[in-house]
Design a protein around this ligand. Structure first.
Ligand code: ATP
Ligand code: ZN
Length: 283
């Protein structure tokens, strides 16, 4: 049995559960307890505050965990980062009141900086030879300057909307973060085997994310042009149609490029274009 710690509620909870479900590990979320066992895979899910996940994984209480890289860096405990998961992307940044002039990290000399990430901040200040005072605050760091608690903040930023609505501007980005799968550094052989199976499935789930399956009819004379437009794992699948001079083409495309590709294919005479969801890709 392998245990995986995920955030019990908050920004990473839903996507962590969705990812587990994508790789065939379903846990009954409606009857959520502290610990729930997957019925179809030798794994149990432990629900925790994200701050505690690096600790339970490094101590071995939980073999695995899904947590933001920011928490891993902040705690600095020995865990292996096994895989980047591509969601929960954000950065730990320094921000100051928007009216202040900024001309480099020396700005922070002698200033008070509010943060929930004292270790990440300390490391940055040391590397840049800056003497500043750190005020540790655990929630709503962004209100600290307006409340007179600090001159600047060091906090998580994704879109930057929260900063703007608090009259702040981002001036330095210190650490990049996304959700990662972490593991205890000394797994047993059995645990390693379960993790390997998870990783195999995860690769397929991550590859399939944001992919669409495209089918269409193309005049045979335009096939070469269509192949150039449509990349595929090897090359697009082409099948002859009963109608003379036409064939059917299938390919997988990135959702981001979908409409662009469709426009190009229409321009060379593609007809009857079908777009389907991709469930799994096993390379
Ligand atoms: P908990 O109650 O579990 O301690 P929390 O309030 O510390 O929750 P959340 O706000 O749910 O944490 O954020 C969890 C993680 O989501 C962060 O540690 C970070 O990795 C990621 N994240 C992504 N974008 C953002 C963002 N804009 N602001 C805050 N966190 C973000
Ligand atoms: Zn937290």
């Amino acid at each position: 049995m392998l245990r995986i710690a995920i955030q019990s509620k908050g920004r990473l909870n839903e996507e962590s559960l969705a990812l587990l479900s994508d790789i065939g590990i379903s846990v009954d979320d409606s009857k959520r307890k502290f610990l729930s066992k997957a019925p179809n895979f030798p794994i149990e899910v432990l629900y925790m505050r994200d701050d505690d996940i690096p600790q339970v994984v490094s101590s071995g209480t939980s073999a695995l965990g899904i947590v933001g890289l920011n928490e891993v860096e902040e705690k600095g405990l020995p865990v292996n980062i096994v895989k980047k998961l591509g969601f929960g992307t954000c950065r730990v940044s320094l921000a100051i009141p928007k009216g202040e002039e900024y001309n480099g990290p020396e700005f922070f000399n002698g200033k008070r900086i509010a943060t929930s990430y004292p270790n990440i901040l300390k490391k940055y200040l040391k590397a840049n030879n800056i003497n500043a005072e750190i005020e540790i605050i655990t929630g709503s760091v962004e209100i600290a300057p307006a409340a007179g608690i600090a001159d600047a903040i060091c906090d998580l930023v994704s879109s930057g909307g929260t900063l703007v609505s608090n009259g702040l501007k981002e001036v330095e980005s210190i650490v990049y973060s996304e959700a990662v799968l972490i593991a205890n550094p000394s797994l047993t052989a059995d645990q390693q085997e379960t993790l390997n199976e998870m990783l195999f499935r995860l690769d397929s789930a991550i590859v399939s994310r944001g992919k669409k399956y495209l089918l269409m009819n193309i005049p045979q004379s335009k096939m070469d042009e269509a192949i150039k437009i449509l990349p595929a794992m090897r090359s697009p699948t082409v099948m002859p149609l009963a109608a003379e001079g036409w064939c059917s083409m299938h390919s997988v495309v990135d959702e981001d490029d979908l409409w662009d590709k469709i426009r190009q294919l229409k321009n060379i005479g593609a007809e009857g274009i079908l777009v389907l969801n991709v469930d799994k890709i096993i390379p």
